[in-house]
Design a protein around this ligand. Structure first.
Ligand code: BGC
Length: 767
């Protein structure tokens, strides 16, 4: 592990240009606003190693599946978020010579992600092969306040010459995805228009015919004065540009302000795209770069007000947690319930930008506590809207009823195509049910159950009912041929986590049904007219809950990850020669599958979700058994371990696990950040602080806090929104200070004692 970026509490700083780190920095310094995202690629041409990425949320391509051996039930396609129109491009020529950092001597270079105000800032001084030296200062952002708008201020100053500067501002739709299965380009041109000072380009995706329209306008300012220029226009296939040629004198700055507006047919009629885009562009252009940037800083200040975590005494941890919060807020704003959170957010192509169980298991708690209730609710409604597709998916796999949500999806259809995951990692269904419980438990919004929740729960329950079978010799219900969250152990029987979450779902569904029958009988009747839940089904669900088989070892006092887990050769990670790690880069898949090593929390994932049903000693025995066998080769793993360790009072372990998650991308821990950041696991990092060190839980409608200060931190504070109150919770070594930053009084429990904090009041509790 190396620390490449400089430590700063509000900024991610790359100092000096290292081409071998370029793709990592492009991922880390990505910017986004929920509607679009942009890797930290250079505006000017760059012929070195780069992953170009401009993404529009929800615009994807169903790329024909590519597998070695087809299995019945595989999906036809893998949905990919698309590298879309490059709207940042500004090519520069100096006396006819292209500015390309891969060919220059770079005298100084910084690339800085300003997380406080939400912009990317790059500066460099570069000597071109001719010996001419230029100084560049480039700032850009995608607006949180105006989701279509991206704006760039690009300044260039000749250092040791006077000469001719050629500036080409362009929109380029002739782009491709690096992960294209058949090396195809996914875009067709629809229309383009270019005149001096402005241009528009509309492209459409093959197959699904999403349309994306980008428009641009620009101004040029020399030595502080806006100049009127006539630009040469260029049109090529899927490409439009304006080229301006200027004379510039040594030491005098030329600035190009490029404004773009990017809209899609997801939000507007195709025939209206150009008009809508131009209208938004004009407003932004008239406002100007500085005013837009100020608006951006204010919008980010509002976000930080609700979600910041402040750590005193550890700048590296401070930077790490803010980076995670920043990326999460850049990825999903909750304003569009058709969208979700891809494991890489808008920072790369990997995982196709699609939705995984990561959202329900990891992201929901973050958005629940740091944004309005609607944001998490929209994430749940996303799955509600996919219910019919999940039912189709179950049918496709041969089930007579019920819903199996996909492992990976863009529109509700399964996209994943590895049989041991697609068909067997069915525990994901449980996470979707659990998220409903989690949401209602946190918000108290029981109306959700009648509106949407119960339908999803009952169809998932029907799936579990059919997926288990009664094993006569055991006299119990069992589940064969599954893969648990630990993807290093495939096709097993009775994965404890899957059996447990299945039985829990059935139990919770019955509880919700009873609640609706009693409290909302009319709604229940209405729902049941649609769902037609029979008495025999309910009886079967109850029977499964009462008679589910859970593998366990009574002597060790632990639940078994699967029937045969203890038959595996038992080795601890600490006894492995470190050169074997990470296993997934050093061992054959066969060797991994036969080993006892665990990729990510599995039994422990269940004990984390359902900790209210288990005593601490049971959790401790399982933690002490499984933690030493876990290699944490999924970014989703350490946070669960950190939270459980914190709960068990194992403070050092909790901190050690936290460090693995908090700077995972900043320090490129798994050596894969160049593909993009691990956005969904960033929510897990937040959970490690708030649920782990902060000990925050919601039980019986009340917020409970059991905090401690980890490592060498002096203090830490976090913000949470809970049932109409916005709280700042500050943990120091002597006390806990709860500031209620809202009008609404709140009652909470701290280390088991109950306190009421009135609106706008601060309570100081000695700990
Ligand atoms: C993990 C899965 C996760 C996926 C996307 C995999 O490595 O094992 O649990 O859903 O990554 O983050």
């Amino acid at each position: 592990m190396k620390q490449y970026f400089k430590i700063d509490e509000w900024r991610i700083i790359e100092e000096g240009f290292n081409p071998e780190e370029n793709k990592v920095a492009e991922s880390v310094c990505s910017i986004g606003n929920g509607h679009m995202g942009q890797r930290a690629n250079f505006e000017e041409s760059y012929s070195g190693d780069t992953l170009q990425g401009s993404y529009m949320a929800g615009v994807y391509y169903p790329d024909k599946t590519r597998v070695g051996w087809w299995k019945n039930g595989y999906p036809e396609y893998f949905a990919k978020v698309l590298n879309s129109i490059n709207w940042i491009g500004i090519d520069i020529k100096v006396d006819g010579e292209t500015l390309d950092l891969a060919k220059c001597k770079i005298l100084d270079f910084t690339r800085i992600l300003n997380m406080k105000e939400g912009y990317l800032h790059r500066t460099f001084t570069a000597e071109l092969p001719s010996g001419k030296t230029v100084k560049v200062d480039a700032k850009r952002f995608v607006s949180i306040a105006r989701k279509e708008i991206g704006a760039i201020r690009y300044s260039i100053t000749p250092v040791n010459f006077s000469g001719k500067l050629e500036i080409t501002a362009y929109l380029d739709g002739d782009v491709k995805n690096e992960d294209s299965n058949y090396d195809e380009k996914f875009w067709d041109e629809v229309s383009k228009n270019v005149s001096s000072g402005e241009a528009s380009l509309v492209v459409s995706t093959k197959k699904l015919d999403f349309h994306v329209c980008s428009t641009m306008k620009f101004d040029i300012v020399q030595v502080g004065r806006k100049i009127n220029v006539t630009a040469d226009t260029i049109e090529k296939e899927k490409y439009v540009s304006n080229t301006v040629v200027l004379l510039c004198s040594k030491g005098e700055e030329t600035v190009i302000y490029k404004y773009t507006s990017n809209v899609t047919s997801r939000d507007h009629e195709k025939s209206e795209l150009i008009n809508v885009s131009k209208a938004a562009l004009l407003k932004a252009y008239e406002l100007g770069f500085e005013a837009l940037l100020e608006e951006q800083a204010n919008a980010w200040a509002d976000k930080w007000k609700e979600s910041d975590i402040v750590i005193e005494g550890d700048s590296s941890a401070q930077q790490g947690i803010r980076f995670n919060i920043f990326q999460l807020n850049q990825t999903y704003t909750g304003k569009d319930e058709r969208l979700n959170i891809g494991p890489k957010g808008f920072t790369g192509e990997k995982y196709g930008g699609s939705t995984y169980w990561d959202t329900e298991a990891y992201c929901i708690p973050f958005y629940l506590a740091t944004a309005d209730e609607d944001v998490a609710r929209n994430l749940l409604i996303y799955r509600y809207k996919h219910l019919e597709k999940a039912k189709e998916n179950a049918k496709k796999l041969g089930f007579s009823k019920g819903a199996l949500y996909p492992m990976v999806t863009m529109n509700g259809e399964e996209c994943h195509n590895e049989w041991e995951i697609t068909f067997e990692e069915i525990h994901r269904n449980g996470a979707i049910a659990y998220a409903i419980y989690n949401y209602v438990n946190y918000t108290g919004d029981k109306a959700y159950l009648g509106e949407y929740g119960f339908e999803v729960l009952s169809e998932i329950s029907r799936f579990w009912e059919e997926r288990v079978h009664f094993a006569v010799p055991k006299g119990k219900y069992v589940m064969h041929g599954v893969t648990g969250p630990n993807e290093y152990d495939n096709n097993v029987n009775n994965n404890w986590y899957t059996n447990r979450i299945a039985a829990w779902t059935l139990d919770y569904t019955i509880e919700v049904m009873n609640y609706l029958k009693e409290k909302e009988p009319a709604r229940f009747e209405e729902l049941n007219a649609k769902l037609q839940i029979k008495d025999e089904e309910i009886a079967k669900w109850k029977d499964i809950v009462a008679n589910m088989y859970y593998p366990e070892d009574k002597e060790l006092g632990i639940y078994l990850q699967q029937d045969n887990y203890l038959d595996k050769e038992q080795i601890l990670v600490k006894d492995l020669d470190p050169k074997n790690l990470p296993l997934n880069q050093n061992w054959s898949w066969d060797r991994i599958l036969r080993s006892c090593f665990i990729k990510q929390a599995d039994v422990l994932q269940g004990l984390y979700f359902l900790e209210h049903l288990y005593d601490d000693e049971t959790i401790r025995r399982n933690f002490e058994f499984y933690e030493p066998r876990t290699v944490h080769e999924s970014s989703l793993s350490p946070c669960v371990h950190s939270i459980l360790a914190a709960k068990l009072g194992m403070q050092e372990k909790a901190y050690e696990m936290y460090l693995r998650t908090s700077r995972l991308d900043l320090d490129n821990y798994n050596n894969d950040t160049e593909d993009g950041c691990h956005t969904t696991s960033m929510a897990g990092t937040w959970m490690s602080v708030v649920h782990g060190f902060g000990g925050m839980r919601v039980r019986n409608g009340q917020l409970q806090l059991n905090p401690f200060i980890p490592g060498h931190w002096n203090s830490f504070s976090y913000k949470v929104m809970f049932r109409g109150a916005l709280l700042k919770i500050n943990v120091t070594s002597e006390n806990l200070i709860v500031s209620n930053e809202s009008e609404n009084a709140i009652t909470l429990s701290v280390h088991g004692s109950t306190y009421t904090v009135s609106g706008n009041e601060t309570l100081n509790i000695a700990c």
